[in-house]
Design a protein around this ligand. Structure first.
Ligand code: 1GP
Length: 240
């Protein structure tokens, strides 16, 4: 449980965690060296790899390349069982607890077991909560679930707490990749007050102000994908 223990340790030392999300569909191996030079010089602490629609085998190739370029822990953030590869260090074992689609609550999980058992991946149980982000996102489309309304505070905090009571190790508040509106400060604050497990926040975070606001509100780890894909100079603002 090395990855999870380190997350807990960092949080108790009041360190801020930042995961760079790499979508294997969009990642170009030709740019890997330049991209990771910036990642390695930045305050990023983790690499997440995953996407809602990724061709089989693409993830494995991309993870192998990433492992050559960085010593940061590489954690699968899979949209599907086909994205599981032994080349990564860990996997967020995500259950989409904001939705009511049994496939994404438990079905895919059962189907993934033989792959996971034959790997050395550290499995990190994660309650994944999709919040309305201002437009229909891939998570919503692929999982055929409704995001939670941004003003449904009680329902959102109860969902996060239920995830904790079910024994999950992390809660992930997700506005969806490329969301117009990131998860609001008010939602982050309320969820953080209610749970004892670490809180991850991602989706639509594009600048330092939004990043800072997520941390200030109580996010222990922030995930950024699109903003780095679109403008690598964002890393320059995040130098160590
Ligand atoms: C999506 O939370 C992640 O699953 C990151 O979203 O691509 O909008 O940064 P962005």
């Amino acid at each position: 449980r090395r990855i999870y223990q380190n997350i807990i340790k960092s949080i108790s030392a009041e360190e801020r965690l930042l995961a760079v999300l790499i979508d294997p569909e969009k990642f170009s191996v030709e740019n890997a060296v330049r991209f990771f030079k910036k990642v390695n010089q930045s305050v990023a602490t983790h690499i997440f790899v995953g996407g809602s629609t990724v061709e089989a085998q693409a993830t494995e190739n991309v993870v192998s390349e990433i492992k050559k370029q960085t010593s940061l822990p590489v954690i699968l953030f899979p949209g599907d069982t086909s994205q599981i590869t032994n080349k990564a260090d860990g996997i967020l074992f995500l259950s989409l607890i904001s939705g009511r689609n049994p496939e994404y609550l438990i079905g895919k999980h059962v189907a993934s077991i033989s792959k996971i058992k034959s790997s050395n991946l550290e499995v990190i149980s994660t309650g994944y909560i999709l919040i309305e982000g201002g437009k229909e996102t891939a998570v919503q489309r692929v999982t055929n679930t409704k995001p939670m309304a941004r003003n449904a505070f009680q329902n959102i905090t109860d969902t996060a707490k239920a995830g904790e009571f079910l024994g999950m190790n992390l809660i992930y508040l997700e506005a969806g990749s490329g969301a117009l509106n990131p998860v609001s400060a008010e939602i982050i604050t309320k969820v953080k007050q209610d749970i004892k497990i670490p809180l991850i926040v991602g989706g639509g975070i594009k600048n330092i102000q939004q990043l800072e606001s997520a941390y200030q509100s109580g996010a222990d780890m922030v995930v950024i994908g699109t903003a780095f894909e679109e403008d690598e100079s964002f890393f320059d603002d995040l130098r160590k």
